[in-house]
Design a protein around this ligand. Structure first.
Ligand SMILES: Cc1ncc(CO)c(N)n1
Length: 225
């Protein structure tokens, strides 16, 4: 494995010196494996069996929403806090939650408690630990991986989208200008804060970014069965 240069070394030679670009490039090959994952391709084609995936992801989204709450609590300005709070209230707790209820009902799965798969457990632990740290850079890092990878695969979809609402709305929730704007906000926050962190903290952020990306890949592997 090639060693990953520290941010300040990397940025001297990078075409795009953004902090999140350093993180993303260091998360390869997992990053591209998530974006190009066969399960994501099956969603885009309207062919994925969504039941196990959505039952597991409903648990993910609960911890993710709690993590958004921690981001609201730790953000450094009212504008950032309001931006995250809006996404929490309008998307996570409303549009997306409504989708889960309709989709899980249509799949005959229900919205009650379900047994988490091992990768789900690992992801929930990572998010819960990050939430408890109450450290904004770490919280942003996990949010950024989750949202940016999802924008990546969902943006591969072309019109017309699948007819089945379970595939179509899942793609719509993670693509389009509004979701792209949300991801741009998360990246901008991390691009603003990351460069002034101490080198050890930058390394910690990098480790967390890579770990979360690996979990995204394994989450799709789990869904593909
Ligand atoms: C596993 C996973 N990663 C990212 C997202 C997007 O929030 C999601 N719903 N599920």
């Amino acid at each position: 494995m090639t060693a990953i240069p520290a941010y300040h070394e990397w940025r001297a030679t990078a075409a795009d010196p953004a902090f999140t670009e350093w993180l993303r490039s260091a998360a390869e090959p997992d990053w591209s494996a998530v974006i190009d994952h066969p399960f994501a391709t099956a969603i885009i084609r309207g062919e994925a069996d969504m039941r196990r995936y959505l039952v597991q992801d409903f648990q993910f989204v609960d911890s993710f929403t709690a993590l958004l709450g921690a981001a609201v609590a730790t953000a450094e300005s009212f504008e950032s806090r309001a931006r995250i709070g809006r996404f929490l209230g309008q998307i996570a707790a409303d549009t997306e939650r409504g989708y889960f209820h309709r989709a899980l009902t249509a799949l005959g799965a229900g919205t009650g408690p379900a047994k988490p798969e091992p990768v789900t457990e690992e992801f929930l632990s990572l998010m819960d630990e990050t939430r408890r740290s109450q450290r904004y850079p770490l919280i942003l890092t996990v949010l950024c991986v989750a949202e940016w990878t999802y924008l990546g695969w969902a943006s591969r979809a072309e019109f017309p989208l699948p007819e089945n609402f379970i595939h179509r709305e899942w793609i719509e929730l993670h693509s389009g200008p509004e979701f792209a704007g949300w991801v741009a906000f998360l990246r901008d926050e991390l691009d603003r804060i990351g460069p002034s962190l101490a080198e050890e903290e930058q390394a910690e952020v990098l480790g967390l970014f890579r770990r979360a990306t690996e979990l995204e890949r394994r989450f799709f592997d789990m869904a593909a069965g």
